[in-house]
Design a protein around this ligand. Structure first.
Ligand code: SF4
Length: 715
């Protein structure tokens, strides 16, 4: 039998590494091999991507729907029974309490087609405004700050290949050595080419170890750090006055805010010595080209939008954004965190990155959906606010591709809210901690068993291809929505408007996005298969000239095909007047400062061998061997005060709860800070402790800093 090799992409992070898959002899799994033609990772994969097939054939894979029995246990059931039960649960809540009593919670790992269909399902079939997704917890602050500065949010406005050719990169709160290891080569090549890398992180991470300069501010003070750097840029006459005059607006207020943050004051706030600030400014301003890249560190704060704005201001004042090999970008984390926020599963957005409050956007999308614009609900609650309302205003929830019992802030409270629902339906591949609480669990297909598109951190739209058939008993998320639309949609065959075929959904998404900020209308599955992805915006070509032979497709007849847009803003920014906006911001403290009772700051993050809530990666033996459980990283001085030795159980207590995990003692962290990875449930669940204080603009919770105390745990 001839082996079929399928070129596709990893199911995990936003780098979306290319890989080849060959069906294994058992037909139930695939073997991963190098795909050298995809330029982003050039064949390299991290351990997560390499072992991703293990989840396809995992013994704990769900292959039958589960329905909660009268005895309270989850029992196997037929698809008909399970779908009918969901229709009853959701339909009952809607009939009794109104459309907004039904919530929908999506995920940043869902393909563009699924994110699009889920948003449409919520607004057209359920009529609810209560939809959001876990990508809100990922990069919403960068999206908000990018939007207000440049008029458009696309994680990176340039391809990763530009990084090695710039002169200096300031990498703020990002640890690609662990979160996306194949991306590290862009930074090592930068250094090999004579460029410099500055890493801003409270921990000396594996990435920080590679840096020419590591700035280690207290968690939650990087806004002040950026202001201090901008102060020095101004004081030393290093601003790009011509660029500021020609391409920006609002400089004077931002300049004044920066001048109030003199270096010694910033040193007191951040703990970063003034000589290091001066060195950073020199390294950043000397080269012709330079970049600022942010990630979850500055973004996951109750002032995340302003913190990112402070870094964008630094980039603008030095004339970087919208110039070749320079600029500002955000390294998005989740696999389809970028596409997920563009196509309608976010509380305030319609497909094409349109605003739900914009009458023209509503009219356009309603016309594609074949509904009255007035029937579309308005914006709903953000992710944490939605979870916090479960069991009160929201009585039933449909959850797809997310595990908030582990990944949401103040997780014990969120778990209690989920338990108080009248009805919960979860679509997942394994029985996650959230699925365990459901009334109905639907087993769905995985990445290698289905086709769909994702949009990487570069804004590159990619085609993930099906390589093997799913196991019997498993259906795709699109099939689930198709079936539920038939049951819940009322008159007029609504299921026909929810096709289960991904390419059909994508064709509709193209029309819905046409003319919007994230315009995909010029992208087709055929192009994605032939090209190595297409960068949005990619509008459809202007009306093609009539082909001489009407049977010939317009493209073949010479109609112009938009090439996509790898680099944004080179001529103008996406604001009305084409100018970028400075946004004046000032330092403010974290929502919960340390005090006598809770004297230490906790910050959270990821480790190399696990991914997000661990729902998939904790099912892979090789990854579990490398990263078997949570830990508390603390400085030797703190450990000594506590009387804790390496490996001793340590309790971390915040105002929201208590978590226990073994001590990992290292000088790589500040003495006033502890770190916990957030991939695990149970007593080591880091998010039991985190603070749901929200950013006023992005509604991002403050995952990166909360006050805790440590307690020794005696056996
Ligand atoms: Fe997959 Fe990300 Fe690892 Fe690449 S870096 S293999 S996309 S998890």
């Amino acid at each position: 039998m001839r082996e079929t090799v399928t070129s596709t992409h990893c199911p995990y992070c936003a780098l979306q590494c290319g890989m080849n898959l060959t069906p294994a002899a058992d037909g139930r799994s695939v073997e991963v091999s190098e795909r050298a033609d995809f330029p982003v990772n050039r064949g390299a994969l991290c351990g997560k991507g390499r072992t991703a097939p293990a989840v396809l054939s995992s013994a704990v894979r769900l292959t039958s729907p589960l329905v909660r029995s009268a005895a309270g246990t989850l029992e196997p059931a037929s698809w008909e029974e399970a779908l009918d039960r969901i229709a009853q649960g959701i339909g009952g809540a809607r009939a009794e309490h109104g459309a907004d009593a039904v919530g929908v919670f999506g995920g940043g790992g869902l393909t563009n087609e699924k994110a699009y269909a889920l948003g449409k399902f919520a607004r057209v079939v359920l009529g609810t405004s209560q939809i959001d997704y876990n990508g809100r917890f990922c990069m919403s602050s960068a999206a908000a700050a990018g939007g207000r500065a440049f008029g458009l949010d696309r994680g990176l406005p340039f391809p990763l290949e530009d990084i090695p050719r710039t002169g200096c990169v300031i990498l703020v709160g990002s640890n690609p050595a662990e979160t996306m290891p194949p991306a590290l080569r862009y930074f090592t090549e930068l250094k090999e080419n004579g460029g410099t890398l500055i890493v801003v992180d409270p921990r000396r991470t594996r990435t920080a170890e590679q840096a020419d300069l590591h700035l280690a501010p207290r968690p939650g003070t990087d806004l002040a750090l950026a202001l201090g750097l901008l102060h020095l840029v101004v004081a030393e006459g290093l601003t790009d006055e011509e660029y500021i005059r020609e391409r920006t607006a609002g400089w004077e207020d931002t300049r004044a805010a920066a001048m109030a943050h003199w270096p010694e004051y910033v040193e007191r706030i951040t703990g970063v010595p003034v000589p290091q600030l001066r060195k950073a400014v020199r390294l950043f301003c000397e080269p012709e080209h330079a970049m600022v890249l942010t990630a979850r560190g500055p973004e996951q704060q109750a002032k995340g939008t302003d913190t990112v704005s402070a870094w964008i201001n630094l980039a603008l004042a030095t004339g970087r954004p919208g110039r070749p090999l320079s600029g500002y970008g955000c390294l998005t984390g989740q696999g389809n965190g970028q596409g997920g926020r563009e196509h309608g599963q976010k509380a305030d957005q319609l497909p094409g990155y349109r605003k739900l409050t914009d009458p023209a956007a509503r009219a356009h999308v309603a016309q594609v959906w074949g509904v009255d614009p007035d029937s579309l609900p308005g914006p709903g609650r953000s992710a944490y606010e939605l979870l916090d309302a479960l069991g009160t205003d929201i009585r039933a929830l449909l959850l797809m591709g997310s595990n908030p019992v582990v990944s949401a802030p103040r997780a014990a409270h969120v778990e209690e809210r989920i338990r108080s629902l009248d009805f919960l339906a979860v679509c997942d591949v394994v029985l996650s901690e959230t699925a365990e609480l459901a009334d109905v669990v639907l087993p769905v297909t995985q990445w290698a068993e289905e086709t769909g598109t994702t949009t990487s951190l570069e804004g590159r739209v990619l085609l993930r291809r099906r390589a093997i058939s799913p196991p019997a008993g498993v259906r795709s998320d699109l099939e689930v929505l198709h079936e539920l639309a038939a049951r819940l949609g009322g008159e007029g065959s609504p299921e026909k408007r929810f096709p289960a075929d991904p390419e059909e959904v994508f064709e509709e998404l193209r029309r819905a996005s046409a003319g919007g900020p994230a315009d995909y209308s010029g992208i087709t599955y055929r192009r994605l298969a032939e090209e190595n992805g297409v960068f949005w915006p990619c509008p459809s070509p202007a009306e093609p000239a009539e082909p001489a032979d009407p049977s010939e497709p317009a493209e073949a007849a010479g109609a112009a095909v938009h090439p996509g847009t790898p680099r944004l803003f080179l001529d103008r920014f996406a604001t009305e007047d084409g100018r970028a906006r400075f946004v004046p911001v000032s330092h403010r403290a974290v929502a919960e400062e340390p005090d006598e009772e809770y004297p230490v700051l906790l910050t959270t993050g990821r480790v190399v061998a696990q991914y997000q809530s661990g729902a998939q990666t904790r099912r892979v033996d090789e990854l579990n061997a490398a990263a078997p459980g949570p830990f508390v990283e603390l400085h030797p001085r703190l450990a000594q005060r506590l009387g804790a030795a390496e490996g001793d159980p340590v309790a971390v207590v915040s105002r929201r709860g208590r978590a226990v995990a073994p001590a990992r003692i290292t000088t790589a962290i500040r003495p006033d800070t502890v770190f916990m990875p957030f991939h695990w449930a149970g007593e080591g669940r880091a998010n039991t402790l985190t603070n749901p204080a929200l950013d006023p603009t992005s509604r991002m919770p403050e995952f990166k800093a909360c006050a805790v105390r440590l307690e020794a745990v005696r056996p």
